[in-house]
Design a protein around this ligand. Structure first.
Ligand SMILES: *Cc1c(COP(=O)(O)O)cnc(C)c1O
Length: 472
């Protein structure tokens, strides 16, 4: 069926991985158009195959060069990545091990290790010992999974009280919350109510309390609103409030303690979206910003963002795992054998059944370096962000849009139009120096540095800022 591998292919694949891992610095690389790639790569999927060595050459010489390296120290666009060497190495082992990570029956040892990593995160935020969850693909699926569990719990509570289902369900979040929450609302066919953040971009407990008050209470622990308030044309009931622990745009942490306090009297599920920023709880200098997460009902944090793991892994943790199980455990004759009392089936806590044990590279890295190294690495990124802010204050041609709170620094180049920012981004990438993208805030185009790589130094920042001195 499948012919024996070309002699030397195994070695060539391992060598390529080893070479990429050892590059310092890694090449930034770039992008290409579909036509360019089709021309350079030629046909690759053919009836007889082109052979492993030829396919590997196409990847090495053409395809990989048309992918921007997320781990380049001057890639500060979006939220890049900076996996540790140990985590990358172990990702190779995970790939070679064919472990099914959906159930304890099939993946007990790996699931145990993933749960150790989740335990560390749980303890950092102050969740109880019985908390737990699973690693999912990313923050988008993590937020969706948590909100599905929250709505399920709210539905069950209503049913237990003999109340009919409301016409619509809704959840509250801040106006600077991540785009994935709108997506979750779309998938769930519920309404996302965006509550205005304050001038610093923070959703406050006060604003949440006021919004809940305006929506009106309809009996014990139940909130209702007329369609006019949410534009849904019917009664809508709130089932959750989402607090953002580090906004993607600015790294601003919501008033989590205040939000938890505002939600409690209404018996609402509080979910903390910390996909990027919650890693800051590991750093002594920012830990205090996350006060209140320990009293939430669920949280997410993406190790592939600011916890130095390879794509893709989001840690999703519930205070009361039984509530998530009730929403997510799939039932079928062929799943009957998966004892529901088994110690831990990761598929019971998320959207999805089959899963890669995607938390293992993160676990291996934690086990290798120890948690103290993580605290230092997160702290190092914060120090670089603070140095960047200081430098921006010194330079006459740039200014901070807001003071950075975590490791995202948003700045304005005085006198630049949106066009100028876009031209500069293209030039910077083309020069191989760095990758920094524009962003829009209050209808103004500005730019931002997202610093999640411990190898990014203040000198890297200076080199990028220097290229902004004249128009491009
Ligand atoms: C990145 C991000 C997400 C989405 O995470 P993915 O892993 O990209 O799906 C959600 N929320 C916040 C705050 C984020 O920064």
């Amino acid at each position: 069926m499948f012919e024996a591998l070309t002699p030397g292919l195994e070695q060539a694949v391992v060598d390529l991985a080893r070479t990429r891992m050892s590059l310092d610095p890694v090449p930034l690389d770039g992008s290409a158009t579909p036509t360019e790639l089709a021309e350079r790569a030629g046909p690759t999927v053919t009836p007889d195959g082109i052979g492993g060595l030829a396919a590997l050459r196409v990847f090495d010489e053409v395809l990989s060069r048309a992918c921007i390296s997320a781990d380049h120290p001057r890639n500060l666009a979006f939220i890049p990545a900076a996996p540790t060497r140990a985590s990358i190495l172990f990702d190779l082992v995970v790939g070679a091990s064919s472990i099914y990570g959906g159930s304890w029956l099939e993946g007990a040892g790996a699931v145990h290790a993933e749960n150790e990593a989740l335990r560390w995160l749980s303890e950092l935020v102050g969740f109880p010992a019985e908390a737990g969850g699973a690693f999912v693909q990313g923050g988008t699926i993590g937020n969706l999974s948590a909100l599905v569990a929250a709505r399920h719990a709210a539905r069950a509570r209503r049913a237990a009280r003999g109340l009919p289902a409301p016409a619509r369900w809704s959840f509250l979040c801040g106006s600077e919350a991540h785009s994935s929450l709108r997506q979750a609302a779309e998938v769930m066919d519920v309404d996302a109510v965006f509550v205005a953040a304050d001038d610093d971009g923070r959703l406050t407990g006060q604003a949440v309390a006021a919004a809940l008050g305006a929506l009106g209470t309809r009996g014990p622990g139940l909130l209702g609103t007329q369609g006019a308030a949410t534009g849904t044309g019917g009664d809508s009931e709130v089932f959750a409030v989402v607090a953002t622990a580090g906004s993607t745009q600015f790294g601003v942490v919501d008033d989590i303690r205040g939000i938890v306090d505002a939600a409690r009297p209404h018996d609402l599920w509080v979910h903390v979206d910390g996909a990027y920023g919650l890693a800051g709880v590991a750093a002594p200098s920012t830990r205090h910003l996350f006060d209140g997460v320990g009293d939430a009902d669920s949280f997410i944090v993406d190790p592939h963002k600011w916890l130095f793991a390879p794509f893709d892994a989001c840690a999703l943790v519930y205070r009361d795992p039984a509530a998530a199980r009730a929403a997510h455990a799939q039932q079928a004759g062929y799943l009957e054998v998966l004892d529901r009392d088994s110690p831990w089936n990761p598929s019971d806590y998320q959207i999805g059944l089959s899963r890669r044990v995607r938390g293992l590279p993160f676990w291996f890295s934690l086990a290798t370096y120890g948690t103290r190294a993580y605290s230092r690495a997160v702290e190092g990124c914060l120090a670089t962000a603070r140095a960047a802010a200081d430098r921006i204050r010194e330079l006459p041609y740039v200014e901070l849009v807001r003071e950075p709170e975590l490791s995202v620094v948003v700045l304005r180049r005085l006198g630049w139009s949106a066009e100028d920012y876009h031209r500069w981004t293209t030039w910077l990438l083309g020069s191989g120096l760095g990758f920094v993208t524009p962003t829009v805030h209050n209808e103004e185009t500005v730019t931002r540095f997202a610093i999640v790589n411990p190898r990014t130094t203040p000198d890297d920042i200076d080199r990028i800022l220097a290229t902004m001195s004249d128009g491009r």
